[in-house]
Design a protein around this ligand. Structure first.
Ligand code: XUL
Ligand code: CO
Length: 438
């Protein structure tokens, strides 16, 4: 029986006014030699789409979903999976992501919880097979239950460390079982509220111990998926240890873990850290660790993780520019870690929001491809650094210069000439690329 009273979402072109259709996302269209669907490996986030009900700090849920009428927790969990299958089929999205606790209810002990999980994973596996739905990544929820009040791998309580380890062990197993192409570690409550009660050194060492146990276990069971760390600077803790790309990379290098992890960069986490999304993508890319993205956007005037659907074409253009320069994201993808607003409580809004996000990324892909084909920005940047192609600049790059030589070279020069950085000109080039697609 149909859950969503919505037809299959098709590409209808940019001039269409059909709300429930794609205006820019045409999966078969070839962009820079590859199908749009191969560039844009979209994924639906289980938690936001099938669990969130609009609850906020000031009020209860506003969204009554068809699966809410099932009272037995296992029946309800299965109905949500049916909803996931129908939703992704109708949307034409090939991937989804989930936390262990999103899909199955917790029991009184971990053993009981794992038993619930096994029932649902069997069902999910079967339904995924029938519909060709694939798992982009799995993860463990190490933050919602009160036991994680002081963190998980960085908790002051060794029992909690053990619990979290056992939980991640199981989460990696089910991710493998479902053919997951990646596994994500987002910090949850790995961070601190006050240094007055915190042994930061022990907590960070423990986080590294935890991750290295995860690497060992994945190797042991033959999980071939990519491990990803998702940086976030704050929320829920005041200071999250995985602050941003640069922090995570420095951490991984300190503990010799950098070979085993790439990054899952989330747009709203980047802006919380005081960076643009494309700054975080660039930093990860040039360090060879851009693995996957969580697509969403924050609000300019609110200081928290609002997880809105991405509708800012400028941001997706610059993001896709980095992703194209990265040679794509595979085996990563574009996961909509985004939720409809509390007041967008109708079932149809779930489709409208995902269509908006998909189209905004498709448009960004097309505009970014145009920028790369035109090569104006590339040429400008190359020219800007051309002083390093010959003479003293070339010597610096080749490691053949030292302080004494540089002093001798420059000491009697009367004038140094600089050229304009032409930011406004380059921003106009980006605007023109976007406008040409609209
Ligand atoms: C939290 C967040 C998480 C991770 C997965 O801000 O982004 O949903 O993506 O745990
Ligand atoms: Co996320």
């Amino acid at each position: 029986m149909e859950i969503f009273n919505v037809k299959k979402i098709e590409y209808s072109g940019k001039d269409s006014r059909d709300l429930l259709s794609f205006k820019y996302y045409n999966p078969e269209e070839i962009i820079l030699g590859k199908k749009m669907s191969e560039h844009l490996r979209f994924s639906v986030a289980f938690w936001h789409t099938f669990n969130a009900d609009g609850t906020d700090m000031f009020g209860v849920g506003t969204m009554l979903r068809p699966w809410d009428k099932y009272t037995d927790p296992i029946d309800k969990a299965k109905k949500k999976i049916d909803a996931l299958i129908e939703f992704t089929e109708k949307l034409g999205v090939e991937y989804f992501c989930f936390h262990d606790r999103d899909i199955a209810p917790e029991g009184r002990t971990l053993r009981e919880t794992n038993r619930n999980l096994d029932i649902i994973v069997d069902y999910l596996k079967q339904r995924m097979k029938e519909s060709n739905l694939k798992l982009l990544w799995g993860t463990a929820n190490l933050f919602a239950n009160p036991r994680f009040v002081h963190g998980a791998a960085t908790s002051c309580n060794a029992d909690v460390f053990a619990y979290a380890a056992a939980q991640v062990k199981k989460a990696i197993e089910i991710t493998k079982e479902l053919g997951g192409e990646n596994y994500v570690f987002w910090g949850g409550r790995e961070g601190y509220e006050t240094l007055l009660n915190t042994d930061m050194e022990l907590e960070l060492d423990n986080l590294a111990r935890f991750l290295s146990m995860a690497v060992d276990y994945a190797e042991k069971i033959g999980f071939k998926g990519q491990f990803l760390i998702e940086p976030k600077p704050m929320e829920p803790t005041k200071h999250q240890y995985d602050f941003d790309s640069a922090h995570v990379l420095a951490f991984l290098r300190k503990y010799g873990l950098e070979r085993h992890f790439k990054l899952n960069i989330e747009a709203n986490h980047a802006t919380l850290a005081g960076h643009t999304f494309n700054h975080e993508l660039r930093y990860a890319r040039i360090n060879g660790v851009l693995g996957s993205i969580d697509a969403n956007q924050g609000d300019l005037f609110l200081g928290w993780d609002t997880d809105q659907f991405p509708t800012d074409m400028y941001s997706t253009t610059l993001a896709m520019y980095e992703i194209l320069k990265n040679g794509g994201l595979t085996p990563g993808g574009i996961n909509f870690d985004a939720k409809v607003r509390r007041a967008s409580f109708e079932l149809e809004d779930l489709f409208i929001a995902h269509i908006a996000g998909i189209d905004t990324f498709a448009l960004g892909l097309k505009a970014a491809a145009k920028l790369i084909e035109e090569g104006i920005i590339d040429k400008f940047v190359e020219e800007r650094y051309s002083s390093y192609k010959e003479g003293i600049g070339k010597k610096i790059l080749e490691g053949k210069a030292n302080f004494e030589e540089l002093e001798e070279y420059i000491i009697d020069k009367e004038e140094i000439t600089n050229k304009s950085g032409k930011q406004e000109y380059l921003e106009t080039i980006v605007n023109q690329a976007i406008i040409s697609i609209l």
